[in-house]
Design a protein around this ligand. Structure first.
Ligand SMILES: Nc1nc2c(c(=O)[nH]1)N[C@H]1C(S)=C(S)[C@@H](COP(=O)(O)OP(=O)(O)OC[C@H]3O[C@@H](n4cnc5c(N)ncnc54)[C@H](O)[C@@H]3O)O[C@H]1N2
Ligand code: MOO
Length: 415
């Protein structure tokens, strides 16, 4: 989609479909490919910037899986049932040697002595002084963890793009890796605009409101791989333009909230153009969130969100979250669907995003409508945990219809 030029700019006429806007948002984002080296202790939640090849095998050596006695029984048609105990290895000792015709005391995790091929559990023997009497049903090769049976040296154990969680930390720790190359955190600057906005904790003059979009967007987007800086400006075009000029030098994504509509205090799209940016999308056929813009501001991606809280949040979920995944080099999240429990009709040629509560019933994901309607309503949003996307082609939704849902939290896949 070519960038719109300022001199052919008709904000009120240029409207794209929700799906076209989704594609345009993704096309704006290209993977950052910048990395940091972090100690393993600080790697939780970060994204691997390069695949990990095992520097050693796991287990690193043949070892006992049980406390007992190491013996050699292969090819002998059985061993004498009573053997002298001639050696002892506990976990951490260097590997010993099994003297022929003897048993070697061994503990779980200890290196198998050379010459041994079986570990007999101590519960299955009778110990008398320096002699041990073995039971009858000996299983050759039993109770040995073989070197490399879990991980082979040189194999790729974790792919690039993997989020490092507790199990990845276990694997890296076992391999002795203390520093990992991870993707550099994404830098998002959220600029809330509006002369009515005041910060929580400060006195509120008549006609003013507290800024909830700033804290909301920071909380919605920030994570182990995303740093968010929040700023607030009144509806002052020159100040917003100057701020955008500065922010574009340091941010990977610049997000504005409000000032996107046609009111006299709505200056954000003009400010983006004056700050040297270009806009690919200026209006989307969706509700809420119609006054929405995307484009480039220097090297940064620009997203102009509408001011109404539901419109800002839902557009951030639908467009900004997927963009952050592309920038961080992560695969897109598979689209999820749920079964509707309500009926709904809307205007043709418009996509609706509805707040819903999800539940799992008899193994199926079910979406329950949350209300009352109104993109200014924060309480309705607070009662929901997902949005359902009612596509423009579907003017009437019947109960039982299966539609795409975007959960507010994606803990299994979040960057
Ligand atoms: N004549 C028209 N008026 C409006 C249209 C339209 O097409 N024609 N669109 C409506 C829709 S839809 C939306 S959404 C809003 C979007 O407006 P803006 O992006 O210009 O935002 P504002 O007008 O500045 O604010 C809208 C609303 O949101 C509140 N707000 C703004 N910032 C915050 C914040 N940080 N925290 C909490 N609440 C915020 C603001 O006070 C307003 O109530 O325009 C409609 N109007
Ligand atoms: O985005 Mo506005 O809030 O569609 O209603």
């Amino acid at each position: 989609m070519p960038a719109l030029l300022p001199d052919c700019y008709h904000f009120e006429r240029v409207m794209v479909s929700f799906e076209a806007a989704r594609l345009a948002a993704m096309a704006l984002a290209t993977p950052l490919d910048l990395r940091d080296d972090v100690p393993l202790a600080h790697a939780r939640g970060r994204i691997l910037a390069a695949p990990i090849e095992a520097p050693r095998s796991l287990p690193p050596f043949d070892q006992a899986a049980m406390d007992g006695y190491a013996v050699h029984i292969a090819g002998k048609g059985g061993v004498p049932s009573v053997l002298p105990v001639t050696g002892r290895t506990i976990a951490g000792d260097p590997p010993g040697v099994l003297a022929p015709g003897t048993a070697h005391r061994i503990m779980t995790g200890a290196a198998l002595p050379s010459g041994a091929d079986t570990v007999v559990m101590q519960e299955h023997v009778t110990r008398r002084g320096d002699l041990v009497q073995l039971g009858l049903d000996l299983k050759p090769g039993a109770h040995i963890r073989r070197a490399g049976e879990d991980v082979t040296q040189g194999s790729v154990v974790l792919d690039r793009g993997r989020i490092i969680g507790w199990k990845e930390i276990a694997l890296l720790g076992a391999l002795g890796i203390d520093t990992v190359a991870v993707v550099r955190p994404l830098r998002i600057t959220v600029l809330t605009t509006g002369s009515e906005l005041h910060a929580a904790g400060t006195p509120l003059p008549p006609g003013a409101i507290y800024d909830s979009n700033g804290p909301m967007l920071a909380a919605l987007l920030a994570g182990p791989n995303i740093d968010v800086v929040s700023l607030t400006f009144s509806d002052d075009p020159a100040a917003i333009t100057r701020a955008l000029q500065e922010i574009k030098e340091t941010a990977d994504i610049v997000i504005t909230s409000a000032g996107m509509s046609v009111g006299e205090g709505d200056h954000v799209r003009d400010a983006v153009l004056r700050a040297g940016g270009e806009l690919d999308v200026v209006k989307v056929a969706m509700k809420p969130g119609k006054p929405l813009a995307f484009g480039k501001l220097g090297n940064a991606c620009f997203v102009g969100l509408p001011g109404n809280p539901q419109a800002a949040a839902f557009a951030a979920l639908a467009f900004v979250r997927p963009m952050t995944r592309v920038l961080l080099g992560q695969a897109p999240v598979d689209r999820m669907t749920a079964e509707m429990t309500f009926t709904f009709t809307h205007k043709p040629d418009r996509t609706d995003l509805l707040p819903v509560r999800l539940s799992v019933e008899r193994g199926r994901l079910i979406a329950h409508r949350c209300g009352p309607d109104g993109s200014h309503r924060i309480m309705t949003m607070a009662c929901a945990d997902a949005i359902v996307i009612v596509p423009n082609a579907q003017t009437a939704v019947e109960a039982g219809a299966v539609l795409e849902v975007l959960p507010f939290d994606q803990s299994h896949s979040d960057a």
